[in-house]
Design a protein around this ligand. Structure first.
Ligand code: ATP
Length: 366
């Protein structure tokens, strides 16, 4: 759950209001900071493009995650925005200024690299001061100390980077980037060098710091949980293209394709015949989250399925994973194996006969 909106209830309906999500994330950016229009990049003639027709609008202060599997073009997109790679086609504007062909240092964009890229011979304070060389010395010193205080490391200014933990190094890198108050910060897999517990803690800190500094950010990740945890919106990419952009819950609840449904969490893909807001399936006639007609593929989340023990039931439990707060079941019905998540109530044994009931709107996929 994000820092600025604790204790919000989870809604039960899977239908999305048009303008705002039930969890209250901002759907449309208030004021556009960055516009990326139809970017294309190919590294080798005759090969398919690494990035193809990617268009993204980012609002002032907004955090966007570029999410997708390895090799889908996330880093190349980020590097084109940062000026480290030249697009073959397309246009990038920042606050209305065309920056497509400007060198990185002329764009006014901050970049936090995967390995933090701290100078090993400089102490923490001097690392942060590095980007402030144009300021008078006293002013640079004061600004750098303020930034270290912002990231909670004011006591460690005299240490060298190797004397810090991974999470602390990450915060120094962020302090150095934020010191020059960039309107936009680009982060390439910024948490990949941290262990699991540190990742969770650090990603919330980084989000908080960026929000406090008022900087927008684009974060590259292949971890859907990370994207959902930190981003206001997510752009899901596959094979160089953006398949869907939306708030985390919008994408989770209304994925446009089987790929998005399966990449953003787990999903069962069914088929059916749709007619408006209903669809006929092997599980009966079900409500749809959006209108569709004719033969459709459908996404059903594991938590949308109820498992009822029934000795006469047509399905049987073939696998179970105990997860503490809930349980994950694999249930075989005929040729089909369905994933079901059920609350931490009475456990159903592997081998038990059951009946499956879908208890919510299902999502038609394109
Ligand atoms: P990962 O999560 O593994 O970093 P990614 O989604 O960031 O992957 P990119 O690094 O953008 O993907 O790569 C997209 C495609 O472009 C890949 O097929 C990659 O091999 C190719 N590619 C990236 N950089 C270069 C390069 N400098 N020269 C040639 N091919 C490249």
């Amino acid at each position: 759950m994000k820092d600025e909106m604790p204790n919000l209830p989870k809604t039960l309906s899977f239908k999305m209001p048009a303008e705002a999500s039930p969890l209250g994330y901002r759907v449309k950016p208030k004021k556009t900071l960055l516009s990326v229009e139809r970017l294309r990049k190919s590294f080798a003639k005759g090969e398919s493009a690494a990035v193809e027709r990617v268009s993204i609008d980012l609002g002032e202060g907004e955090m966007l995650a570029l999410l997708g599997p390895s090799g889908c073009g996330k880093t190349t997109t980020l590097r084109m925005i940062g000026g480290f790679e030249t697009p073959d086609e397309g246009r990038i504007t920042l606050r209305g200024r065309d920056i497509t062909h400007l060198p990185p240092e002329a764009r006014g964009i901050g970049f936090v690299f995967q390995d933090y890229a701290l100078f090993p011979h400089l102490n923490v304070l001097d690392n942060v001061k590095f980007g402030l060389r144009k300021l008078p010395r006293a002013q640079a010193e004061s600004r750098a100390r303020d930034m270290l205080a912002l990231v909670g490391l004011e006591a460690l200014g005299a240490r060298k980077p190797h004397e810090l933990s991974g999470g602390q190094q990450q915060r120094v890198a962020l302090a150095r980037t934020l010191a020059v108050a960039p309107p936009l910060v680009l982060l390439d897999e910024p948490f990949s060098n941290l262990d699991a517990a540190m990742r969770v803690e650090t990603r919330q800190e980084v989000r908080k710091l960026l929000k406090e500094a008022g900087s927008a950010a684009i974060l590259v990740t292949h971890d859907q949980e990370e994207a959902m945890a930190v981003a206001d919106r997510i752009a899901v990419m596959e094979k160089g293209r953006v398949l869907q952009i939306g708030t985390p819950d919008e994408i989770y609840r209304n994925p446009v394709s089987a790929f998005v449904a399966s990449f953003m969490g787990r999903s069962n893909i069914l088929t059916g015949t749709a007619s408006g807001m209903e669809v006929k399936t092997e599980f009966g006639t079900l409500p749809l989250s959006r209108a569709a007609n004719g033969a459709v593929s459908l996404s059903v989340r594991p938590e949308q399925i109820m498992l009822e023990p029934d000795p006469e039931g047509p399905a049987s439990v073939v696998g179970r994973e105990f997860r503490g707060h809930d349980q994950l079941y694999w249930v075989q019905e005929g040729e089909r194996c369905m994933l079901v998540i059920s609350g931490a109530g009475a456990m159903i044994d592997v081998g038990a006969r059951v009946r499956l009931r879908i208890c919510d709107c299902v999502v038609p996929l394109s």
